[in-house]
Design a protein around this ligand. Structure first.
Ligand code: UN1
Length: 509
């Protein structure tokens, strides 16, 4: 496309984004210091305000003040806000999904899936509001009761990444709100428009059910805004999704003020393919996990550990499947791989491929840029690279569609390779051999937070706890008992007797 055509296209996308936002009840400010680009064309979509430390402090103050009353509202009543949000998301699913596509470059089906993930977690949170259970334990003392109560924690700071611009926010916010917390959200500076849309929908949901809309605050900005959130003592929990580098900066700062952290950082996810694997199923699972979302999920498949006896055949089938992948404008029907988020992501991918070549890696296919909509948009063909060994490069996470292929001889060796990386988010094994599958899931098997059998590494349901070990940060969000991170626990001993027996049989005076 010529520059004029690209500019015209971007202008159309920008008008569309504005119209979508308007339809969702949010009006864009006409100017601001934060430039929002669409990866679809690389052009400017909008400009929004860049909040500074004072704006962040003011938002925290409002959330902190709203918390005083919100914590005393019964949890099932608090859930009304989340129930209403889910209904609004159902109504506006397609508009919000389109905005996700415009801002983050996801293909339509995945963008709709992301909104569905929000709806799912809202439903989960509504049910959870009646299940914030504490335990009762037998007291060792007569006439005493021992129990645990869970209370709201305070203000939760949510720092989210561009690649799941709305679902990860919903994981945190739906749960935090039913737990009685209030939220200050700092979205990725790349995706403030979808954030503005969600913020507007949530505040509308609150207003419609008679709750205080101040329970949710949005701050848009860069690192400075994030740091203000991280360092503020009034923020009881910082839930941050992003790079390992970001997490390593956030964690000590929050710890220094004795705040709580929930980190969901990098992944370097592997799938093992054993000789007994159903290869048809494996190919489908691998292609979605490795090339889906243009390799920009934290759960994306980055390493394939294949038994040497099936490696050549599998790689050939993958290459054929990759040939069929349509790369292009994510707004177009039938496209399966949209753009990378920006030029930096493209450079990182090219650098990794150059290093792979230098390390005697064989580029089986892909890696090249596909010029579609102009110089500022970065469309690439997903790459498969056979590597002679799990080098330093393979142990790093490159946030792009590169699948490194390694081979193994014994299952122990395969599990060893799976675990020999700094990150510990997701993992999978394709096998029809129960012994191998159980070995992979055992205590000395995969060391990741997610370990799957006969499905890929990405696309987790919200019902399970989501997160990972080692450099992934150790946090768990979304389903299961992740809610406990969003609450504080009080242990209560109640004496309903007339005596005052001491624990441990102590007699005092
Ligand atoms: C992320 O990339 O940060 O499991 C989250 C998945 C999605 C969530 C990914 N449900 O791939």
């Amino acid at each position: 496309m010529t520059q004029t055509v690209t500019d015209h296209f971007t202008e159309q996308l920008s008008l569309r984004a504005r119209a979508l936002l308007h339809g969702l009840g949010a009006d864009l400010p006409t100017e601001g210091a934060l430039t929002v680009r669409t990866p679809v064309s690389g052009g400017v979509l909008a400009r929004v305000p860049a909040d500074g430390p004072q704006d962040v402090a003011a938002a925290i103050a409002r959330a902190d003040s709203a918390f005083r009353a919100w914590r005393t509202v019964p949890a099932p009543v608090r859930a009304a806000v989340v129930r209403r949000l889910a209904a609004l998301l159902v109504t506006h699913r397609d508009e919000l999904a389109e905005l996700v596509t415009l801002e983050a470059g996801k293909i339509g089906a995945e963008a709709v899936g992301e909104v569905q993930e929000m709806i799912d977690v809202c439903e989960f949170a509504v049910g959870l509001s009646r299940q914030l259970y504490g335990l009762t334990m037998p007291s060792e003392r007569p006439g005493h009761r021992l129990m645990e109560t869970w209370h709201p924690l305070g203000v939760v700071g949510v720092i989210s990444a561009f690649n799941f611009p709305v679902a990860v926010w919903a994981w945190n916010t739906a749960i935090a709100l039913v737990c009685g917390d209030t939220v200050v959200w700092k979205p990725s500076e790349t995706t403030p428009l979808t954030a503005l849309a969600c913020h507007t929908l949530l505040r509308r949901a609150a207003a419609e059910v008679g709750a205080d809309p101040e329970v949710h605050q949005l701050v848009t900005g860069g690192a400075e805004a994030g740091e203000a959130l991280v360092d503020d003592r009034r923020v009881a929990l910082v839930s941050a999704t992003g790079s390992v580098r970001m997490g390593a900066a956030v964690a000590p700062r929050v710890a220094a003020r004795f705040g709580r952290c929930l980190l969901e950082l990098g992944g370097n996810n592997a799938a093992i393919v054993t000789p007994s694997a159903d290869l048809d199923l494996a190919v489908r699972g691998i292609v979605f996990a490795a090339a889906g979302t243009a390799g920009q999920r934290c759960t994306s498949l980055r390493r394939l550990i294949v038994h040497h006896s099936v490696a050549d055949g599998l790689v050939e089938r993958l290459r054929a499947a990759y040939d069929q992948l349509r790369v292009g404008n994510p707004l177009d029907e039938g496209v399966l791989v949209g753009p990378l988020i920006d030029g930096r992501a493209f450079d990182a991918m090219q650098e990794a491929l150059a290093r792979a070549r230098a390390e005697s890696g064989e580029i089986v296919c892909g890696g090249e840029r596909v010029e579609l909509v102009g110089p500022g948009a970065y469309y690439v063909r997903p790459a498969i690279v056979r590597m002679p060994a799990q080098t330093e490069l393979v142990r790093e996470e490159t946030f792009a569609p590169i699948l490194y292929v390694l081979t193994y001889d014994t299952i122990d060796e395969a599990i060893g390779l799976n675990n020999a990386v700094p990150q510990g988010l997701s993992s999978a094994i394709f096998t029809l051999d129960q012994r191998e599958a159980e070995r992979f899931l055992a205590a000395d098997g995969s060391d990741c937070g997610i370990a799957n059998v006969n499905i890929g590494t990405s696309g987790a349901e919200i019902g399970g706890a989501f997160g990972g070990e080692k450099h992934t940060g150790g946090g768990r969000e979304s389903g299961s008992d992740s809610w406990k991170t969003y609450m504080r626990r009080a242990t209560n001993t109640i004496n309903y007797s007339t005596g005052l027996p001491l624990a441990q049989g102590i007699h005092f005076g």
